[in-house]
Design a protein. Structure first.
Length: 248
């Protein structure tokens, strides 16, 4: 367990800015990783009051104990907390968090349990299959404006995924709060979905790409210039693309 520095002093820490970056205090693997991570979190929070809001981040292959929620690793508040963690001295002059670093948390801890058509459900079906792909057919995004809200983005993607399900397609949605973007994808495919040597897709992927010849952005087909040097010239649909299903 982590040793107490004995000072009882709680250094000032800048306010959290919100986001999916945190300071990593410890990692745990093995069958009992979650229990050990929680025990470590409780010990850290008790002995070092500056970390009293530390929490456990479950991952596919283990658990992390992290503290803070920051928008980016460059955030001044994040850097302040990281520096503080590295500088803490325990009993005997040890530095228990000398290897602390900033890590990007996964969606699972912030998004709650997945809904039925959440892409995380597909990943849960194949926990040991690293190469798992799905065909991206639509994107909703705020595009950095407030003409459409992040909640509207999520609702639109979920509604479209549900519509595709009623049409017989195995549709999924995936929300990325960092970019305020939601994608809709179809199917789940292994490493043989695309052959980079022949540049050919698997037959089932080919059939889907013919059924969905253009990606959609906020409900409209995306068109790209045939000649990039002449963006106002002839345009063609932007094809749908295979994307990797996130591991976490």
């Amino acid at each position: 367990m982590v040793a107490d520095d004995g000072s009882g002093f709680r250094p000032p820490v800048a306010a959290e800015s919100g986001g999916r970056w945190s300071v990593l205090l410890g990692t745990f693997t093995g069958e009992d990783h979650l229990a050990r991570a929680e025990a470590f979190r409780e010990d850290v929070a008790r002995r070092f009051r500056v970390f009293d809001k530390a929490f456990v981040q479950p991952r596919r292959a283990g658990s992390m104990v992290v503290v803070g929620r920051f928008a980016s690793p460059e955030d001044e508040s994040a850097q302040e907390l990281l520096g503080l963690a590295k500088a803490i001295t325990g009993s005997g002059g040890s530095r228990p968090f000398a290897t602390a670093m900033l890590v990007r948390r996964t969606m699972a801890v912030d998004s709650g349990p997945p809904k039925p058509f959440d892409l995380r459900v597909l990943r849960q079906r194949y926990p040991n299959q690293r190469q798992l792909y799905t065909l991206q057919v639509a994107v909703w995004s705020t595009l950095g404006t407030r003409e459409i809200t992040p909640e509207d983005v999520k609702r639109s993607a979920e509604r479209y995924a549900t519509e595709l399900r009623t049409r017989g397609y195995e549709a999924w949605f995936h929300h990325d709060p960092d970019t305020e973007t939601s994608t809709v994808t179809i199917g789940g495919f292994g490493a043989d979905a695309y052959d980079p040597r022949s540049t050919l897709y698997a037959p089932e992927v080919e059939r889907l790409m013919k059924a969905f010849p253009a990606q959609r952005l906020n409900g409209e087909d995306v068109l790209v210039a045939v000649d990039p040097r002449n963006p106002a010239g002839e345009a063609r649909p932007k094809p749908c693309v295979l994307v990797e299903v996130p591991l976490d």
